[in-house]
Structure formats: structure tokens, C-alpha cells
Design a protein around this ligand. Structure first.
Ligand SMILES: [Zn+2]
Length: 77
């Protein structure tokens, strides 16, 4: 999979940077205590999964690219 330029540009940016136009919201990840760790976005252009981390994310408050979430079944937007 080859990520598009706009996804590449977003990786490593602070989470305060808004998602680019081709990213569609795909739910959020939460810890067992319900604290949100990141927002998930799917790029409609290249198919990459982008994670917009919160302060509890890994890394915190930063965009990263990752594999398809394993727990998509219980993700609700
Ligand atoms: Zn993309």
C-alpha cells in the first residue's frame, strides 16, 4: 500500500492539525476505562488508516499511520 502525499504529510504532525479532505471518520479507540486514545480516519484516496492521537495516544497528541484496526467490530462513531 502506498500512502498518498497528504497522508504522508500528516504523519508526525500534532493532532491539532485537522484531517485532510480525503479522510473519512472511522471511529475512535478507547482504553478499558473508556478514555479515548485516538480518532481513526480512513483515507479515501490511498486507503491508509490514520490515527489522530489524544494525550493518551501513542505517541500522544500526534498523527500516525497504522494498520487496519483489529477491533473494528465494536467501533461506533
Ligand atoms: Zn491518503
Amino acid at each position: 500500500m502506498q500512502a498518498c502525499d497528504r497522508c504522508h504529510l500528516l504523519v508526525g504532525e500534532p493532532s491539532s492539525v485537522p484531517p485532510h479532505a480525503d479522510l473519512a471518520a472511522s471511529g475512535v479507540a478507547r482504553l478499558a476505562n473508556r478514555c479515548k486514545t485516538d480518532s481513526r480516519w480512513r483515507c479515501m484516496a490511498c486507503g491508509a488508516w490514520m490515527y489522530q492521537g489524544t494525550a493518551l495516544g501513542e505517541p500522544p497528541n500526534m498523527w500516525r499511520m497504522g494498520p487496519r484496526p483489529q477491533d473494528m467490530v465494536d467501533v461506533k462513531v
